[in-house]
Design a protein around this ligand. Structure first.
Ligand code: NAD
Length: 436
């Protein structure tokens, strides 16, 4: 394929060399004369393992060239990849000036082009940017999205230092597009790579780099805080992390990556607090760890705020313990939520088949006696009774049997903290998912 690449920095130079190595013919476009001259004399614009040889070889094969003439590059190619910089502004916002300047270039060139053109944005951009890029082209040319051209998001996952290796072994090839034909055509470019090609909506693809990189930064900071605590205690943090990553069921796994309600129970809050206090006693600052509980409290406040909007309605809670299949009420966020809503004057009923007051003992009983002393009056024995008597239903744990009952709620508002599996419930009028 004939491909143009806008921006010949780290991402652009690597894509230029690697796509040429895969047999495509590439024209690079940049505003920097130096970078254009480097490519045209067979030299890489960046320092990276293997890239010098690739660029030199592909230059000899006549598969790569560079120019400042964006119009020529667009007119002579069928796909363009945009890899210009997206730095931060002084205030921390994303600076999309380079991206939108390139959109204007496309508007100007596409006026003169009759064939369909695909623009893949490889730069890291916030949700909504592809749409704005498309609008800039439409407003400044006589061309229409999906008729004359399509803009798709195709985030880059390479890391500097191992960029070529990462290019040929990506964790995933992600394409975000509303235009499926354009997405499939772009996917053709990557079909030789040993990675899943995942096609999704544009906005989903656009947010992914931010989710990934924020998580990477979080992982590093978490490891550093654990390292600092371990050092203070004379424990080898490298051995600790080696053991940590051995747990592939709970630690390095999809487990817990489910947006929903606050965590609770007898272990997480207690152990988090203990580690935090241990760090404090050893004069180690751990702001990441310290703020975990704050985020958790905010999730409860978010729920209180939303439910408070149903003033005067009878609330029915499906689930009281901190997770399905247990009667442990200690630090259950549902208990905290109900306590707060009772304080606001709400009439509340609760169904949780695992919670039988007569059988509660020890700290579990003490906890609930302190938080909701008149719990007996709120508990109902049958789920149908709860559904009938409530105006609004709040699902706080994912007991399987809830779903079959919630299907027949005649559009009573359902507030879901667990993301019920049954899509027909999620599509009902009045359904609200806490964070989806
Ligand atoms: N560097 C990485 O490891 C990496 C990894 C993944 C994603 N990204 C993202 O990819 C994008 C590019 O990053 P980079 O590190 O390659 O940037 P870079 O600064 O190295 O290169 C950007 C290039 O774009 C050129 N440019 C600016 N305006 C232009 C225009 N109007 N027309 C043509 N060229 C223009 C610049 O001259 C420069 O050569 C960013 O959004 C970045 O966040 C970077």
């Amino acid at each position: 394929m004939n491909i143009s690449i806008f921006g010949l920095g780290y991402v652009g130079c690597v894509s230029l060399g690697c796509l040429a190595k895969n047999g495509h013919t590439i024209i690079g476009v940049d505003v920097s004369r130096i970078k254009i001259d480097q490519i045209n004399s067979g030299k890489a614009t960046i320092i990276e393992k293997e890239i010098d040889e690739i660029i030199s070889e592909q230059h000899k094969n006549n598969r790569i060239s560079a120019t400042s003439d964006f119009k020529k590059a667009i007119l002579e190619t069928e796909i363009s990849i945009v890899a210009v910089g997206t730095p931060s502004t002084a205030q921390g916002h994303l600076n999309l000036d380079y991206i939108f300047k390139v959109a204007e270039n496309f508007a100007e060139a596409l006026k003169e082009k009759n064939e369909f053109h695909i623009i893949a944005i490889r730069s890291t951009i916030l949700p909504g940017t592809c749409d704005k890029f498309t609008s800039i082209i439409e407003e400044n040319s006589n061309k229409k999205r999906d008729v004359d051209f399509a803009v798709v998001d195709n985030p880059e996952f390479l890391r500097e230092g191992t960029a070529v290796e990462d290019y040929f072994n990506p964790p995933l090839t992600l394409i975000g597009a509303e235009n499926k034909e354009a997405a499939n055509k772009l996917a053709e470019l990557y079909k030789t790579l040993p990675a899943e090609i995942y096609i999704t909506g544009t906005r989903t693809a656009e947010i992914m780099k931010y989710v990934n990189n924020t998580y990477h930064a979080l992982k590093i900071s978490f490891a550093n805080e654990i390292g600092n605590i371990c050092k203070a205690l004379g424990i080898d943090s490298y051995e600790v992390m080696d053991i940590f990553v051995k747990d592939r069921q709970l630690n390095i796994s999809p487990y817990y990556f489910k947006p929903g309600f606050a965590y609770g129970g007898s272990c997480l809050p207690k152990d988090l607090k203990a580690l935090q206090t241990l760090a404090h006693d050893n004069y180690v600052k751990v702001p990441v760890i310290e703020n975990v509980d704050k985020t958790n409290q905010l999730q409860i406040e978010r729920a209180i705020e939303y439910i408070s909007g149903f003033k005067g309605k009878k609330l029915g809670f499906l689930g009281l313990s901190f997770k399905a299949g247990t009667d442990d009420l200690r630090n259950s966020p549902a208990v905290t939520l109900i306590e707060a809503l009772l304080g606001k004057g709400f009439e509340i009923k609760i169904f949780d088949k695992n919670v039988q007051l007569a059988r509660l003992t020890g700290t579990n009983k003490e906890y609930i006696d302190e938080k909701i002393p008149h719990l007996t009056k709120l508990l109902v024995a049958e789920i149908n009774e709860l559904i009938e008597e409530s105006d609004v239903l709040i699902v706080t744990n994912n007991e399987k049997e809830f779903e079959s009952h919630l299907k027949n709620t005649h559009n009573k508002p359902v507030i879901d903290f667990v993301r019920l599996r049954d899509e027909t419930i999620r599509q009902k009028q009045g359904y609200y998912g806490i964070n989806w």
